[in-house]
Design a binder for this molecule. Structure first.
Ligand code: 5GP
Length: 181
């Protein structure tokens, strides 16, 4: 008998209400930490961080500018963790306090690349805010200054995260369950 795997609508791993509550807590912390900043730039990494970023920034009271990076991994690269910058930021980040916003930290290669680029360009400070932390998968060390949730080594979708460019608009973080039939 042939066994085929298919997926169903993702089930809820982190409900919308929990995300909303956690974002409120993170925003309060960020507001406190940047109360004295004279130039704060929030930089999101496209496309996954967009939903998280907009909800987070709407809660902030400190003045903040908004910009974006877009990255991808080299598919045919033999070098693990080689990251391509597909879209650069528009703003100068020299002497700015940068808050980098990411959907999920997995191996850490994307963040390592972006963080060193920001330091190289003369940012005054760089901190990282990530909604999800898949710590068990980490290959390079990355400090997450503001972390939403730690999750196990499972593939998640929703709230910005995609599978084949779908599911980003789910209001929750979900997981697929393979079904045998
Ligand atoms: P890293 O460079 O840390 O390995 O990769 C981070 C990127 O991998 C994330 O921004 C995201 O695009 C992708 N990624 C890692 N884990 C997941 C996951 O569980 N689900 C989805 N949809 N993307 C993931």
């Amino acid at each position: 008998m042939r066994t085929k795997k298919r997926t169903t609508q993702p089930s809820v791993l982190i409900p919308e209400a929990d995300i909303e509550r956690r974002i409120g807590e993170l925003a309060a912390e960020i507001d406190r930490d940047y109360a004295e900043s004279d130039r704060l730039i929030a930089i999101g990494i496209l496309k996954g961080s967009v939903f998280f970023m907009t909800d987070l920034l709407k809660q902030l009271k400190v003045p903040v500018s908004v910009d974006f990076f877009q990255t991808s991994s080299y598919r045919d690269s033999t070098e693990a963790g080689e990251i391509r910058i597909r879209k650069d930021v528009d703003l100068s980040i020299r002497d700015a306090d940068v808050l980098l916003i990411e959907d999920i930290v997995d191996t850490g290669y994307t963040l390592r690349t972006i963080l060193s680029l920001l330091h190289f360009r003369g940012a005054k400070s760089v901190k990282l805010c990530a909604l999800l932390d898949k710590a068990a998968r980490r290959e390079v060390e990355v400090t997450i200054d503001y972390r939403g949730f730690q999750i196990d080594d499972i593939f998640v979708v929703g709230y910005g995260l995609d599978y084949a460019e779908l599911y980003r608009n789910l209001p929750y973080i979900g997981v697929f369950h393979a079904v045998e039939d």
